[in-house]
Design a protein around this ligand. Structure first.
Ligand code: FES
Length: 381
């Protein structure tokens, strides 16, 4: 219908419907100065149209089966995810046109997880569109705090509407939805648990300073290791360390040959991340801890470089104050007092490495770290 508006005064607009017949609109229109309506009356809601499932139980049962099928797809996909997680070798690859060669495990797990989520999502949408009540509801504005009577009414309505979603009458939906949602969390738990690696208690308690590789299943016999400058990979004589100097140190055997790149740890970064040590020389007179003096050599002391807050490398040594600073959150450690924390969020001192010298005067470890390096964790003794 091609309607043409004709402005009138007051709160009404008369217009023609294209055939010259005048049409009077509802009360409630407000006409602006140019005759253009500024506000329209509320047209109300269209009449409710019942769906097939509202009219015929057979259609409702059909919808129920469709919803259950979608939740069933989610269940199957989740189970398939679990099987493929263990069945596919992570090194296996697959060629996908348009993408190229990629990890077969990632593709399989991604697809099964997608279908798992899709099944739940589509099932819920289809359930809402076919079986749940679809009447439009208008709620007038009301004061923010509801009265006690309103709250009781809400509880009553929720209880009633819970029944009208038909979940109690449709056990197939209830059980398949429960299964789909329950199983959906399992891949996440399995994947996270399977990817965490070993517990930190062992991995952070064992470093190359024990005498060699510190990976899973390795527990080497302790042997003294020379302290090597990083990255030069050269041993350090006690006489080379002057008061105020600081060295970044790794254990002997961990770093590859700097010229040929050969040798060194198989898992170089992991080993370096745990074994890094700072070596400093202080005037023994300023060291306040007898244990620190005993574990050092003539004022030369070695401490783990891994911050005990969340594991950043402690990088800044203040020669005048004998403080070590972590750049991440400003934890400050006092080297004259067993590297105890004097500022910042770290909760424990940096672990000290006991050192001595060998027959040739080179600095060597006298024992491995006596406690786990790095950040706190719940099993830490
Ligand atoms: S990691 Fe060192 S202060 Fe936070």
């Amino acid at each position: 219908m091609n309607e043409q508006d004709t402005p009138t005064t007051g709160t009404e607009v008369a217009h023609t419907d294209g055939h010259g017949d005048a049409v009077r609109l509802d009360q409630g229109h407000v006409v602006g100065s140019g005759g253009i309506p500024e506000r329209f009356a509320n047209p109300g809601l269209p009449a409710h149209v019942p769906r097939m499932a509202d009219l015929a139980e057979a259609a409702a049962r059909r919808a129920e089966k469709q919803v259950a099928t979608l939740f069933g797809i989610s269940i199957l996909s989740t189970l398939l995810f679990l099987v493929l997680y263990f069945a596919i070798d992570v090194t296996q690859t697959v060629f996908i046109p348009g993408i190229g060669t990629t990890s077969a495990s990632n593709v399989a797990l991604g697809l099964t997880l997608a279908f798992s989520m899709l099944g739940i999502g589509l099932g819920a949408v289809h359930w809402a569109k076919t079986l749940m009540p679809d009447e439009e509801v208008v709620e007038e504005r009301h004061p923010m705090a509801s009265s006690e009577a309103d709250r009781r009414e809400v509880v009553r309505v929720l209880a009633e509407e819970g029944g009208s979603s038909q979940i109690t009458r449709r056990p197939l939906i209830k059980y398949t939805l429960g299964g789909a949602l329950g199983l959906f969390a399992v891949p996440l738990v399995v994947q996270v648990a399977g990817s965490l690696g070993e517990m930190p208690q062992k991995s952070l308690s064992l470093t190359w300073w024990h005498g060699g590789p510190s990976g899973p299943g390795e527990e080497p016999e302790f042997r003294p290791l020379r302290l090597m400058k990083d990255p030069e990979n050269t041993p350090i004589k006690a006489s080379d360390v002057t008061i105020g100097s600081v060295f970044h140190v790794m254990p002997e055997g961990l770093l590859p040959d700097p010229e040929t790149g050969e040798g060194g740890a198989d898992h170089l970064l992991e080993e370096k991340a745990k074994a890094a040590v700072l070596l400093m020389r202080l005037d023994p007179a300023v060291i306040e801890s007898q244990k620190e003096l005993d574990w050092g050599y003539q004022g030369i002391v070695a401490y783990s470089k891994i911050c005990t807050h969340v594991g950043c490398p402690v990088g800044l040594y203040e020669q005048q104050t004998h403080h070590l600073l972590c750049p991440c959150h400003q934890s400050t450690f006092d080297v004259t007092q067993d590297c105890r924390v004097i500022f910042g969020p770290a909760k424990r001192a940096l672990p000290q490495l006991k050192i001595t010298v060998d027959d040739e005067g080179y600095l060597v470890s006298a024992q491995p770290f006596r406690e786990a390096v790095g950040p706190s964790f719940w099993e830490r003794g």
